[in-house]
Design a protein around this ligand. Structure first.
Ligand code: P1T
Length: 380
C-alpha cells in the first residue's frame, strides 16, 4: 500500500469482528473477563493492552514502515520509555538543538539516575562518531530540530550507530511519516509527539514509538506495561481519526509553510527565516534527500534581535494563536526563549540560535493569504 492508503487502512483489517464498525470502538474498560485464569480473548488488563490502543499502535507501525507500534500518554512518556532501556553508567549522544522538554527530561530526571547525556551539534553527522565511547548506548536525533529547523542526516547517523552497535532513535514529530520515514533510513526507533501532526487537531496529548525489530519491540512493550505511561482508549481513538487525514493536512501544511516562509524572507524587518526548503539552508541537500517536502514549521528572527519587539509581534497576531504546541490545523505562534525552550539555560540555547527575537510558527491549513496578511499587520 502507498502512504495515503496506509494512513487510512494500515493495520485496520477486521477492526470490529463483532459488528463490522468502520472505526474501532472505544474500549473504555479497565479489564476483560476470563473463563479460567489466562482464558481471555487477547486482552487481560488495559495497562498491558487495550483493543482501541492496539488499533492505533498497528496504524502507527504501518505508516512508519515498522512492524510494532506503541502509544503513550505523551511524547515525553514515549521518550521516557526509550531511556528506560538504558541503565546507570550508560551514555547518550543527543543533538544540542531539541525540544526543551526533552532536554529537561534528560538532564533533570535521567542524569540523576546516572545516565550521561552529551549534547552536540549534529549538522555534520560525521561528528557524532567522535563522541561515541564504549559506554554509549543511544544516539538521539531530532530532525528537523525544534525550533531551529536544523536537518540531521539520518542515514549517516544510522551508519555510525550500526558501526558502534548502539541504538539510533529519531524524533520524527516535525516531519511526520508523510515526509520522512527514519526506520527506512536505518534508525532503530522512531518517536512522535502524536499531540502534534498525528493527532492534528490540538485536542489530545500523546506519544508514539515504532520499531522494526521484535526483540527491541518486546523490551519497549515491557517498559510500557511495567512503567505504565500508556495512552488511553479515547485519546487513541482521536489520534487514529487524525491519522486518516494526515496526508491531506500535511500537503496543505507544506504548501502554506512554503508561502509563509517565502513572504517572511522578503520582509524588510526580518533578519533570518529558518526553513529547510530554502536552497541556502545549510543542509538543504540532505532535507531534499531524506524528506519528501519541507513541512509547515519555521522560525524567524527580527533585525535588532529585540525581545520586546518579538513579544509585541506574537501579541499582535490575530489568525495565528499565541500558544505552545504545533501541528494542529490552526496556525500557532510561539516565542521559544520564554515558552517551549525556557528550561534550557540562556547561554546554551543562544549557542544553538534560540535568541530573544526568535519566533516559531506552526503554519496551519487556513488560507495562506489570511496568514500572510496577519503576519504583515503584526510585524508592521
Ligand atoms: O508534549 P508531548 O506530547 O509530551 O511531546 C513532547 C515533544 C517531543 N518532541 C518534540 C519535537 C516536541 O515538539 C514535543 C512537544 N513540543 C511542544 C509542546 C512545543 O510546543 O514545541
Amino acid at each position: 500500500m502507498k502512504f495515503n492508503t496506509k494512513a487510512i487502512h494500515g493495520g485496520q483489517e477486521n477492526i470490529d469482528p463483532a459488528y463490522g464498525s468502520v472505526m474501532p470502538p472505544i474500549y473504555q474498560t479497565t479489564t476483560y473477563s476470563q473463563s479460567t485464569p489466562g482464558g481471555h480473548k487477547g486482552f487481560e488488563y488495559s495497562r498491558s493492552g487495550n483493543p482501541t490502543r492496539s488499533a492505533l499502535e498497528r496504524a502507527i507501525a504501518s505508516i512508519e514502515n515498522g512492524n510494532y507500534g506503541m502509544a503513550f500518554g505523551s511524547g515525553l512518556a514515549a521518550i521516557d520509555a526509550i531511556i528506560k532501556l538504558l541503565k546507570s553508567g550508560d551514555e547518550v549522544i543527543s543533538t544540542n538543538d531539541l525540544y526543551g522538554g526533552t532536554y529537561r527530561l534528560f538532564t533533570s530526571i535521567f542524569e540523576d539516575f546516572g545516565i550521561k547525556f552529551r549534547f552536540i551539534g549534529m549538522q555534520n553527522a560525521d561528528k557524532i562518531d567522535e563522541y561515541v565511547t564504549d559506554k554509549t548506548k543511544l544516539i538521539w536525533v531530532e530532525t528537523p530540530t525544534n525550533p531551529m529547523m536544523n536537518i540531521i542526516d539520518i542515514k549517516k547517523a544510522a551508519a555510525i550507530a550500526k558501526k558502534n552497535n548502539v541504538l539510533l532513535a529519531v524524533d520524527n514529530t516535525f516531519a511526520t511519516a508523510y515526509l520522512q520515514r527514519p526506520l527506512d533510513l536505518g534508525a532503530d526507533i522512531v518517536m512522535h509527539s502524536a499531540t502534534k501532526y498525528l493527532g492534528g487537531h490540538s485536542d489530545v496529548v500523546m506519544g508514539t514509538l515504532a520499531v522494526k525489530d521484535k526483540e527491541l519491540a518486546d523490551k519497549l512493550y515491557f517498559v510500557q506495561k511495567a512503567s505504565g505511561g500508556i495512552a488511553g482508549p479515547q485519546d487513541s481513538f482521536l489520534v487514529l481519526r487524525g491519522l486518516k487525514t494526515l496526508h491531506v493536512r500535511m500537503q496543505r501544511h507544506c504548501e502554506n509553510g512554503k508561502k509563509v516562509a517565502e513572504y517572511l524572507s522578503t520582509h524588510p524587518k526580518i533578519e533570518k527565516v529558518y526553513w529547510p526548503g530554502f536552497k541556502d539552508h545549510p543542509n538543504y541537500d540532505i532535507a531534499k534527500e531524506q524528506m519528501d517536502n519541507f513541512g509547515g514549521m519555521l522560525s524567524f528572527t527580527t533585525k535588532g534581535n529585540s525581545y520586546d519587539e518579538a513579544i509585541k509581534i506574537v501579541e499582535n497576531l490575530k489568525v495565528f494563536t499565541l500558544a505552545e504546541s504545533l501541528g494542529g490545523v490552526e496556525s500557532l505562534a510561539g516565542h521559544p526563549a520564554s515558552m517551549t525552550h525556557a528550561s534550557i539555560p540562556k547561554e546554551d540555547r543562544e549557542k544553538t540560535g534560540v535568541v530573544d527575537s526568535l519566533i516559531r510558527l506552526s503554519v496551519g491549513i487556513e488560507d495562506a493569504d489570511d496568514l500572510i496578511a496577519d503576519l504583515k499587520q503584526a510585524i508592521g
